[in-house]
Design a protein. Structure first.
Length: 314
């Protein structure tokens, strides 16, 4: 049986950082990852490696499964992988419901590793009170089998304890707050209640179906090299309804290199990332996420695209 663990949490909560740490700690174990980023370009899957059908070789001999044909195809690809994998991690969109996606762990040949939900210790108490956003965040927390506090290095121990006490006292949140080392070790939850399902008609929903309808996304693509400081200033001027931005671009200051930009609605940071082969010359992409349903591209998105000499996709 292949154990399937789902990693969820609101936008910018540290899911990808956790997944990268898991990949770094596998120590010879062959695992598969299924990544579903919110937006037309899957920024989190920009990993260099050899591609074979629906899979792509990534760190430490592990594989990344392509979601272009849906969750069922990705799960089937992980199950058929040669050499076999012993564990699958699914990174759910930041506005998705990880507990629902975790039902795929009941698929033949798999076992449930549960839903791990990341909670940003610096913002989680604010996020549950935010208009539009709060109910999505609370739903994710209530569906967790395990809760992991992230970005604890940015606060003191007293704040970590206060957030932990606040989480476990919230009505409907029954998950245990666990240490990061427990997740990295690959240990399954001590126990959780798995709802009984009709095996002839499992309620397995598509990962992409678990996206909240109160968010919209756009992708800006540009072939120009970008100055990180200039882009950071532009992103920080976006209206407060923009809750997430994430992307990679060729670095104007360092030819042949790329940088990553991440914005969580409050903080905006850029970091240089390693480039291999032709990756440094590939177009830059920025995924923007805003609350609310939009039938047309908002003016701030169009203005940002023009400033970057790029174009907007849906």
């Amino acid at each position: 049986m292949i154990e399937m663990t789902v990693i969820g949490g609101y936008l910018g909560s540290g899911k990808t950082t956790l997944l990268n740490e898991i990949l770094d700690r596998q120590d010879g174990e062959r695992i598969a990852v299924i990544v579903n980023d919110f937006g037309t370009v899957n920024i989190d899957a920009e990993i260099i490696g050899s591609r074979d059908g629906r899979t792509m070789e990534i760190a430490n001999g592990c594989i990344c499964c392509d979601l272009s044909d849906g969750m069922a195809a990705a799960v089937a690809a992980a199950r058929r992988a040669e050499p076999p994998v012993s564990r699958v991690y699914v990174e759910v969109s930041g506005v998705g419901q990880p507990d629902i996606v975790a039902r795929w762990g009941d698929h033949p040949g798999f076992s449930r590793g549960g839903a791990v939900v990341c909670a940003d210790v610096t913002t989680i108490r604010r996020d549950v009170k935010r208009k539009w956003v709060g109910e999505t965040v609370l739903s994710q927390l209530r569906g967790a089998d395990r809760l992991l506090l992230t970005k604890t290095d940015l606060v003191d121990d007293q704040t970590v304890h206060a957030v932990t006490d606040w989480l476990i006292s919230r009505p409907g949140i029954n998950a245990e707050v666990v240490d990061r080392s427990e997740i990295l070790s690959g240990e399954p939850p001590r126990q959780w209640d798995v709802p009984a399902e009709d095996p002839t008609h499992p309620q397995q929903a598509s990962v992409s179906d678990q996206v909240s309808q109160v968010h919209s996304s756009w992708t800006i693509t540009t072939s120009s090299a970008i100055d990180p400081d200039g882009l950071r200033a532009l992103v920080q001027r976006l209206p407060e309804t923009f809750v997430r931005a994430k992307g990679t671009f060729p670095d104007r200051r360092h030819p042949g290199r790329r940088f990553l930009i991440q914005y969580d609605g409050t903080r905006c940071a850029t970091d240089q990332v390693a480039s291999v082969g032709t990756n440094s010359t590939e177009p830059g992409h920025l995924v923007l996420i805003a609350v609310g349903s939009h039938t047309e591209t908002p003016a701030p998105v169009s203005e940002l695209a023009r400033a970057l000499h790029g174009h907007v996709g849906g």
